[in-house]
Design a protein around this ligand. Sequence first.
Ligand code: PDD
Length: 284
Amino acid sequence: MNRIVYVNGDYLPEADAKISVFDRGFLFADAVYEVTSVLDGRLVDFPGHLARLHRSLGALELTTPLDDAGLEEMHRELLKRNRLTEGAVYMQVTRGAADRDFAYPASSEPGLVAFTQAKALIESPTAAKGIRVISVQDIRWARRDIKTTQLLGPSMCKMIAKKAGADDAWFVEEGFVTEGTSNNAWIITADGAIVTRNLSAAILHGITRAAVMTYAEAAGMRVEERPFTIAEAQGAAEAFITSASAFVTPVVEIDGVPLGDGAPGPVTKRLRELYIAESRARAS
Ligand code: PDD
């Protein structure tokens, strides 16, 4: 790959981009991030991602070296320099470099890195086929509402799913699904309600989740925010996941049990089309 990436004020070829071995993002996962999808060369719901970034930063007493206008300009510059029309921009803010100590350093320069990833988001073969998920115990920490770079739990569980022949895992805590390894989990009940877990520290407050709720309700669909079990999901009419990189992607099998006829369902397809149309219209 030959991308231009952003590192602490500079745009550099990716091979030349370096950070300190003392960066607390590297040593402690003392860093937060955002992934903003890109459609037609434009950013999807960047204000939503900025708002969540500030929430994550606030929870960890972190600051960013650029203000909101600077962050937006940096995103646009990366799109331009990499000629990205479809995919995502990954941005990470770290507490910066300091001698290793569990306490936050009294003063450190926050770090900021960002890069683009090209990906076919609309014509996604995964979305056309749907994914198979398995359930795993939610082994992550208790502040999943903060979007930190502590991603080893999700990464391990994604591998457990892959080794079991599935595509992804849904985390279960105290009998209820929290979310997917890198996405929010949803079911559609037999009577047409669209159900996703209510917001709390147990899940990431997905930007795609919020948008799908708004668009679904505006289209006259009923959305319920509540926990659900794997058994309820296996008996549901349809299921799907949402994230900035998956948009709305159907789930066709849970722990070996096919949903409906085992193919992506009509309501999920409609929600995906709705999400893509609205996101395209509003991207800026
Ligand atoms: N993941 N839940 C978790 C645990 C996530 O990591 C993500 C996003 C989501 C969906 O959030 P959003 O709709 O704002 O993307 C839910 C990103 C895409 C990632 O880590 O690559």
